[in-house]
Design a protein around this ligand. Sequence first.
Ligand code: TPP
Length: 272
Amino acid sequence: MDTAKISFLEKKATEIRKKTIEMIGYLGVGHIGGSMSIVDILTVLYHDKMHIDPGNPKMRDRDRFVLSKGHAGPALYATLADLGFFPEEWLHTLNKGGTNLPSHCDMNRTPGIDMTTGSLGQGISAAIGIALSMRLDKIDRNVFLLIGDGESDEGQIWEGALAAPQFKLNKLIAFTDYNKMQIDGYTRDVMDLGQLEKKWEAFGWFVQRINGHDFTALSTAIDTAKKQAERPSMIICDTIKGKGCSFAEGVISNHNMAFTYEQAQEAIALLS
Ligand SMILES: Cc1ncc(C[n+]2csc(CCOP(=O)(O)OP(=O)(O)O)c2C)c(N)n1
């Protein structure tokens, strides 16, 4: 990836981080940690890899994205608003009465959201269904799926892990946001994922492990995954929960944090 592209993505990711912090700060509480850790993955997908049209969110011939850890909706909303899927002012309505931006993703409310999520584990099954239906409809596009490491405690994740290779879903490209934290503490203490790469490999997936904040690594991994002829892909991304938000980064209590609009502004100023 050339330096101009990298600096463009860096700029975009910073804007998305600022909007995510501001949106949650405006509400006063939200999933800041797990939102900030996925911003770079979203930035590469939405600004470099995905075939989408903000003016036509339901375009038939589009790539799909399933945010299975649906509580990280704010980061995706910031990404979609920045692209023009809906007006930026909507960001100030996050999770308020009558909003089109509920805290967890809802495909019936928000332009650009491809699947309703929030009940952990379900996104992988939805993504598999979407990939199968796209194959039937002869739509030659990818389904991108993002799961959490804590979410990987769900049995449904491993049902999906078993099913996707069975159907040879090479168009399914998944990411694990491996930020090593979940709602109750460190992943290693709650439910150690052990040798995660070997687990996905054993289920028949093409597995890569990268730094989930490195745009070049993300871009290369996605391009490599796209070349798979039969196997679905899992890209395990080492990330930092809360990345880029001064008061939340790496803090174990950052899962669903309360903070003021003023605190948000201070954190945003540090990103400038
Ligand atoms: C089926 C289900 N059980 C419990 C929850 C509550 N919950 C929301 S987020 C979360 C932790 C998820 O951890 P992880 O996937 O690591 O997310 P991250 O730390 O990246 O935000 C839990 C238990 C839920 N949303 N769905």
